[in-house]
Design a protein around this ligand. Structure first.
Ligand code: HEC
Length: 120
């Protein structure tokens, strides 16, 4: 059941204009010019700003209240949750104020570009 819907979401994310991205708006991104990838950007962004709470290797109180099912250790997890990730980062409600570090506006713009250009 859960596996099936995750698969559907994963397939959905392969089709660029599938579903609601959530949040954002106003950003104009030229994907032909984009060089951002999981390896050169996404992985490091998540590590710096999200995995302190949203990682399968973090449990109990150390998660800071992050839901146990919301983890961003792997690209597929990010792809299936990209709409919410974009919305919360754009709204600056993730990472929360309690986090050790927050992305700069330039890093937020890069995250939006990476997500809008396919999250690969
Ligand atoms: C200090 C711990 C902490 C960090 C760091 C953190 N989060 Fe969260 N996250 C939470 C908590 C607590 C919740 C549940 C409360 C809420 O939704 O505000 C949550 C919930 C979420 C949710 C699920 C709720 C929804 O809106 O769909 C998403 C998506 C999310 N976070 C994305 C992120 C992203 C992306 C980052 C990194 C940019 C991040 N979080 C960094 C603690 C954290």
């Amino acid at each position: 059941m859960i596996r099936t819907s995750l698969l559907a979401l994963a397939l959905c994310s392969l089709l660029t204009a599938c579903g609601d991205d959530g949040g954002g708006g106003g950003n104009t991104v030229d994907c032909a010019q984009s060089t951002l990838t999981y390896d050169n950007f996404g992985s490091q962004f998540m590590d710096s700003y999200c995995l302190g709470c949203h990682s399968t290797s973090v449990s109990g109180g150390a998660r800071g209240g992050a839901p146990v099912a919301v983890n961003f250790d792997e690209l597929t997890q990010i792809q299936t949750q990209k709409g919410r990730i974009k919305a919360r980062v754009n709204a600056k409600t993730m990472p929360p104020a309690t986090a050790n570090a927050s992305p700069s506006q330039a890093e937020i713009d890069d995250l939006v570009e990476w997500i809008d250009c396919g999250v690969n």
